[in-house]
Design a protein around this ligand. Structure first.
Ligand SMILES: NC(=O)c1ccc[n+]([C@@H]2O[C@H](COP(=O)([O-])OP(=O)(O)OC[C@H]3O[C@@H](n4cnc5c(N)ncnc54)[C@H](OP(=O)(O)O)[C@@H]3O)[C@@H](O)[C@H]2O)c1
Length: 226
């Protein structure tokens, strides 16, 4: 696996792209406004990066990161993602995304919605519970004493293995939180959402990231309540 595709290249997509290039991957970025609007980020990332349409990023990626406002998930191209592992960073914020009754009544999860939209892909939920600045600063090489862990959830064991290997390459351990239906355990409002990587600070976006190991994430996932 050498190329990571990005559908959405903002705070989180752009951060995962930076970590990917630092780890030696090629990246293909996309957004809603068109490749020409991504020139600054492509220039920053250098020769391993290029920009394209969402369909081109989906087709080019051996693994593809979807990092857009949830309200736009039905615009993610289906056919070029067939058979691929798709990493879903998205969260549901009703004030931003509009109301999704099935999420409001907890009869499904946001990553299950994306999986339904992409029936031929293998969706893994990851990166949704860490503030992008913390994601950037907490990456560490394998074996580092202060390495942090990220939760993952998915319905396909092979896809979770691929996601785990990718996380390892870009600087993180992985904690398996279960199936996509278990993804609520690290959605907004749960113990491992945001402030887990800020030493518990309520306004996690105002403080530097704090290394957070797998044991802490596992305990937080187990403590989550609906
Ligand atoms: N910010 C964080 O720290 C953080 C942490 C964890 C998870 N998340 C979640 O991750 C997702 C992305 O968050 P973000 O903060 O990275 O958002 P962001 O900075 O606003 O970036 C969103 C990206 O999605 C693109 N986009 C929007 N609609 C699209 C479409 N229909 N097709 C293709 N690309 C589209 C945007 O492109 P344009 O600019 O051209 O519209 C932009 O590149 C959200 O669901 C968010 O809740 C965010």
């Amino acid at each position: 696996m050498t190329t990571i595709g990005f559908i959405g290249s903002g705070n989180i997509g752009g951060t995962v792209a930076r970590l990917s290039v630092a780890a030696g991957y090629d990246v293909v970025l996309s957004n809603s406004r068109g490749p020409e609007t991504l020139r600054e980020l492509v220039d920053e990332l250098g020769p391993k990066a290029r920009a394209g349409t969402s369909a081109e990023a989906a087709a080019a990626g051996d693994l593809v990161v979807v990092s857009i406002p949830l309200r736009a998930y039905l615009e993610v191209p289906v056919e070029p993602l067939a058979g691929k592992v798709v990493l879903d960073t998205n969260n549901y914020y009703a004030q931003r995304d509009g109301r999704f009754p099935d999420l409001d009544d907890a009869s499904t999860t946001s990553s299950e919605l994306l999986q339904q939209h992409l029936p031929t892909s293998k969706v893994v939920k990851v990166f949704n519970n860490i503030y992008f600045q913390h994601l950037r600063t907490l990456a560490r090489p394998a074996g580092a004493a202060d390495r942090s862990a990220l939760a993952i959830a998915g319905d396909d064991a092979g896809a979770k293995s691929e996601a785990t290997a990718f996380l390892d390459a870009i600087g993180y351990d992985a904690v398996d939180a279960g199936a996509l239906a278990d993804g609520w355990r690290f959605q907004p409002g749960t113990p491992v959402y945001g402030n887990a990587y800020a030493g518990g600070a309520e306004n996690f976006y105002e403080v530097p990231g704090v290394p957070t190991d797998a044991e802490t994430i596992r305990a937080g996932l187990n403590a989550a309540q609906r």
